[in-house]
Write a protein of this length. Sequence first.
Length: 403
Amino acid sequence: MKKMGGPGASSGSRLPGMRPVPRRDKWAPVPRPKGDCVVSGTVVDEDGNPVAGAAVLAVKPNAPQKDGMVSFAHVRRVATADQNGTFKGNIRHGKWLLAANRKNLLNGRWGFKLNRAKTVEVDLREDEERRGLTLTLPFSLSALCSVSGTVVDGDGVPLAHVAVWTDYQKTHTDADGRFVLEGLTAGEKSIHARNAYGYRDAATTVDLQPGQKLDGVVIRLELKDKGEFSVSGAVKDGDGKPVAGATVYLNTKRRSIRRTFTDKDGFYEFKAVSGNKVTVQVSKSGYVSKVLSDVELPAQNVDFVLERRVNVKLTVVDSTTGRPVKRYNVRCFSLDAGGERRHFRSQSVYSEEGRTTFGAAPGDVIVVIEAPDYRKDEFTLRVPEAGSCEETLGLIPNPQDDK
């Protein structure tokens, strides 16, 4: 690891077409301390059946309300019920209204529907442990409904990772375009679908009976702008193996216009593309993203080879005492073939151990660290081809007269 520049060292020039490096003038928030009291018990439905996955919420009795709802700014999540419906969580002493929610069924326009929830009031002394609480949801699980189906394009091809929602329940389609919305109340529902990349929103209406499990719903999304060209190719890793599930974006100079995903063979294809030239970008967790600009239409065999990211673990300490620096901002840059910096990550960190982790491509990575009461500094890390990279970086405290 080589230290570069020094306090106030330049962040490097920006290449044409690159986004500006985001400024990080604010520090990561200090985590809220756990409450001194413990509450535990069970969440059940109206029939007395335990409810797994229910959220246990706490609201101050004097919290302001609008139309019977309390803003989520005044709602604290205490715990989540396990598979047996039991919960245990921390909360500060004082008076609270405890209630349960499941799959956002008690969420409303202005916040949590306190007027519909069945609350339990507790007045906790300092360091008290209150056991055996029973929180009841204002509905029966057996009366809840579900809707499942498929989202397809104009040609009937399933679309992956499309947002599907009704009321305050939301999900995304899987790789086969399938979706399931569970925990719905009975009645007429509008099921919406949205793919923000080149398609028009669509919706369909269903009328659910209590306890109904409706399947076979099909929502069709049409392209906003249909052209006559296509773009296709394959994505592989450094060993020549297909990379399935990679996200492929089709971009113009100003925005992303289409998105798709590679199949099990690493193949992708965009149809009905308009324009003359596009930029194709590929990304997948655990790999370094790749971009190919000025691709002329039509275009086949637009292939990519992705490099695996190496896990980089940093520990930031005070260079004079060796103690962890708990709060800092980090910016990371890679170097291109011309030696120019390319920003790829910014993060605000709060860690009791002074640690952070990120992925980077093999080669030189420049890390810029800023922290309250310390001099800004930058370091060059040599990221290996494989394995992991662990470094401890020391920051110099500001002199007393600089504070």
